[in-house]
Design a protein around this ligand. Structure first.
Ligand code: NBG
Length: 820
């Protein structure tokens, strides 16, 4: 029901904002003005909730969760805020009465792409759920001036373009110039005796930058709560400018300013790869230090005594990126606020908890000691002291076991000597968690095995989740409407209610409507694919989708091998009874990751040949949709029928795209990896297409002297597919272009693509078979959605709150905000 009074109010506020904040009359308004004016109207509602929420938290004296993350991949705000406020339909109506189209206005928003992929998007989902569960929480991160690059495709190759997301203004943030802190970098330390005769250390940095807070309110779902995301921007400190000015060194001062501001210029675009750059360490320290100083400020505003800091805050380290916080909190407590080491250490350990997000060795952060010392000399001393005490304990637990001590040490003694950030985070936290059941088990048995043996009680699992508000309600209005009609509107806040759809899987008329919703979504995506990838596709074909960062372990090239094999088969057997397929790819490659970029080229190259083949073009299409991001992913999840989750077992910590697809009724073809294992358990093995080696089978395969070339020689379809890639079929005869991929497949095949090929191909044949029976497929699709309730990020946050943070909700009465 659209409420008339609200529609009128939105119209008035829209016009008012257009005049008063933008200085425009409606006829002269640009698309961006129209968007900003609606954003301004919505923001008024946000701010009311935000003030009420902060006041309630202030009075409740509750424990606050601080989520420290170098990335928050938020996606566009306007649609999600309208949804969470319960104003979506009213806004649509209001805009339409003003002669405007809400969807067009929503399309105008530049998304804040302050993250690379799953890890950053997870942080954004968690903010959404924290607010929805009314848990007092603050997100702390970096206000990158340039987020993740925009991806263009030139001649099948990825080209990166800087993401100027702030160029047209950001109506969702509130700058807080009076909330700012100084952060030191470099320099040296010196010892001194304080007035009570105790030995103390002070850090004399040779650069100081200032962090300014920018606040963005994050709404809960229709519950009156608005939490805060506080991002830090680096600026030059005035004192330093003045010093240089006074010496008459104008350029020196300007240089200083530019140098300082560099810290928050750009997000590092590497997903799952540590590049070991100084600026990156500076970024990490910068935002962590601002965040901790801010927490201490808030804490001391009520009570100058910091001995209960850990009761006031639960700080979650989102991967090791913020883990220098362990040393920084020690420094602030001991050097600045004068606490003794033991007490400070107790507070620190009880404050932090650490989430690990990867098992890939190349993604585990390590900083060369020399680099660390030159950026954070005092922190290195603190790390050494933490390590000394820690290794003393280890020595008492395992006398004489020097090897174990070396494995546990915070310092890797191999050259170059380096600081192991995962170890610092594990020692400095009271809880360590993995992000899916299998991943947590592998952490315990492999990556952090020694820590698990030392402190088994520290380890817990919290399986990832995604917000159903953005990824089901907003992404898939058709399916959502159908679900609401069937089971009422409680499910977006209690996703387990989706179970009530189960009986409807056997209702033919419901299945019919389910298919109709999917079909309309597919038509929409087909339009997008035609417009953005230049590939026309048949909305009645099977939509087979793999969208995620491009990485060898995710095995987009296995998918391509299947496409090539299928193409060859369709040419060989024109009468083969297989349903037409459209295979859709999307995802960014790290700019320096050559193999990943080559895979993008390969997808385009195969697409160009296959899509042009008159013998097969009605039955197989390949498309790469450029610039996959939060905004662009929405129609993809809504339309997908087959979700490709095909990583090498043991490599994908969890995956979250897998959840978004299944929630939207796509069936998964996947390995037993990450959260796939739990998704399969939840939806039922008969509703999931499983293939591939398991984690347990891999070591045996390797030990038995795995030779991909033997498989290649024995398997005709594999050989033909690999040969086509090698012999220039997709490269105008060029045999060199895809050589690195072929060499990897037939050489040591690190990701076991060749090993899993046969099993994958057979599984794809089962998919095709199932798809031919539309009724059966729809039943499976409904059951997937119905059984995905546990993958809501609300469940994940409830797990964190119960097992790790020990925090209680402080609900706000949403009635307060009803307009009369
Ligand atoms: C990623 C994993 C994903 C996981 C997300 C969120 C990193 C370092 N890790 O499998 O690869 O879903 O984190 O936990 O980006």
């Amino acid at each position: 029901m659209v409420e008339r009074a609200i529609v009128e109010a939105i119209k008035d506020e829209w016009k008012d904002a257009l005049f008063t904040s933008l200085g425009r009359f409606p006829e002269a308004a640009t698309p961006n003005d129209r968007y900003l004016a609606l954003a301004a109207a919505v923001r008024r509602q946000l701010v009311r909730r935000w003030v009420a929420t902060s006041e309630a938290y202030y009075k409740a004296k509750s424990r606050t969760v601080c989520y420290l993350s170098a990335e928050f991949l938020l996606g566009p705000h306007l649609g999600s805020n309208l949804l969470n406020l319960g104003l979506y339909e009213e806004a649509r109506q209001a805009m339409s009465e003003l002669g405007l189209d809400l969807e067009e206005i929503l399309g105008q928003e530049e998304e804040p792409g302050l993250g690379n992929g799953g890890l950053g998007r997870l942080a954004a989902c968690y903010l959404d759920s924290l607010a929805t569960l009314a848990i007092p929480a603050l997100g702390y991160g970096i206000r990158y001036e340039f987020g993740i690059f925009d991806q263009l495709i030139h001649d099948g190759w990825q080209v990166e373009k800087t993401d100027k997301w702030l160029a047209l203004g950001n109506p969702w943030e509130v700058p807080r110039p009076e909330i700012s802190f100084e952060v030191g970098l470099g320099g040296r330390t010196e010892g001194y005796q304080d007035e009570r005769g105790r030995f103390r250390v002070r850090w004399i940095p040779d650069r100081v930058v200032r962090g300014i807070a920018y606040d963005t309110p994050i709404l809960g779902y229709r519950n009156g709560t608005a939490n805060l995301l506080r991002l830090w921007k680096a600026e030059a400190t005035e004192s330093f400018d003045f010093a240089a000015f006074n010496l008459g060194d104008y350029w020196g001062a300007v240089d200083q300013k530019v140098g300082s501001e560099n810290i928050t210029k750009v997000l590092y675009p590497n997903d799952e790869l540590v590049s070991g750059r100084r600026l990156r360490l500076e970024q990490q320290h910068f935002f962590v230090s601002c965040a901790l100083q801010d927490m201490i400020r808030i804490c001391r505003a009520k009570d100058p005594d910091l001995s209960t800091f850990h009761e006031r805050y639960a700080v979650q380290l989102n991967d090791t990126h913020p883990s220098v916080a362990v040393a920084e909190l020690m420094r602030l407590l001991v050097d600045v606020h004068d606490l003794g080491w033991d007490q400070a250490w107790e507070i620190t350990r009880r404050t932090f908890a650490y989430t690990n997000h990867t098992l890939l060795p190349e993604a585990l952060e390590k900083w060369p000691v020399d680099l660390f010392a030159s950026v954070l000399p005092r922190h290195l001393e603190i790390v050494y002291e933490i390590n000394r005490r820690f290794l003393d304990d280890v020595g008492r637990r395992y006398p004489g076991d020097g090897e174990r001590a070396a494995r546990l040490s915070l310092i890797d003694e191999a050259s170059p000597r380096s600081v192991r950030m995962a170890h610092l985070a594990s020692v400095g936290s009271h809880r360590v968690n993995g992000v899916a059941a299998l991943h947590t088990e592998l952490l315990k048995s492999e990556v952090l095995r020694d820590f698990h043996q030392l402190w088994p009680e520290k380890f817990v699992n919290v399986t990832n989740g995604v917000t159903p508000r953005r990824f089901l309600v907003l992404a898939n209005p058709r399916l959502s409407a159908l679900v609401t009609e069937a089971i009422g509107d409680g499910w977006p806040r209690d996703l387990e209610e989706l179970h009530r759809l189960e009986p409807l899987a056997s209702d033919a008329s419901f299945r019919e409507r389910w298919r109709a919703a999917k079909r309309a979504n597919k038509q929409e995506l087909a339009d997008v694919v035609r417009a953005r990838a230049g590939v026309p596709c048949d909305p009645d074909s099977l939509f087979d989708v793999q969208v995620k960062r491009i990485h060898e372990y995710k095995r987009q090239h296995l998918n391509v091998l299947h496409v090539v094999a299928l193409w060859q088969r369709l040419r060989r057997e024109p009468r083969a009874e297989v349903p037409p397929r459209t295979v859709i790819f999307g995802g960014k490659a790290a700019p320096g990751y050559r193999m990943a970029k080559l895979v993008i080229k390969l997808v385009h190259a195969v697409g160009a040949v296959v899509n042009a083949d008159p013998l097969t073009r009605d039955r197989l299409r390949v498309a790469f949709v450029p610039d996959y991001n939060v905004k662009n992913c929405m129609p993809v999840f809504a339309a997908a029928e087959l979700s490709e989750q095909i990583s090498t077992a043991g490599k994908e910590a969890s995956g979250t795209g897998n959840m978004k697809f299944a929630m939207n009724g796509a069936l998964t073809i996947g390995t037993l990896d990450g959260a796939n294992v739990e998704i399969r358990e939840a939806v039922g093995e008969e509703n999931f297409f499983l293939f591939g080696l398991t984690v347990d089978e891999i070591p045996a395969l390797r030990a038995g002297g795995y030779r991909p070339r033997t498989l290649y020689e024995q398997d005709g379809e594999l050989r033909a597919a690999v040969d086509a890639i090698a012999d220039g079929t997709f490269a105008g005869g060029d045999r060199q272009l895809f050589r690195p991929i072929v060499d990897s497949l037939l050489g040591d095949d690190p990701w076991l693509v060749t090993a899993d090929f046969r099993s994958y191909l057979e599984c794809q044949a089962r998919v095709a078979e199932a798809y031919r029976d539309a009724e059966r497929w729809t039943r499976m699709s409904i059951l997937n959605t119905a059984r995905m309730g546990r993958f809501s990020s609300d469940r994940s946050i409830a797990d964190y709150a119960r097992e790790i943070w020990h925090v209680e909700p402080v609900p706000i009465d949403p009635e307060k905000f009803r307009r009369r």
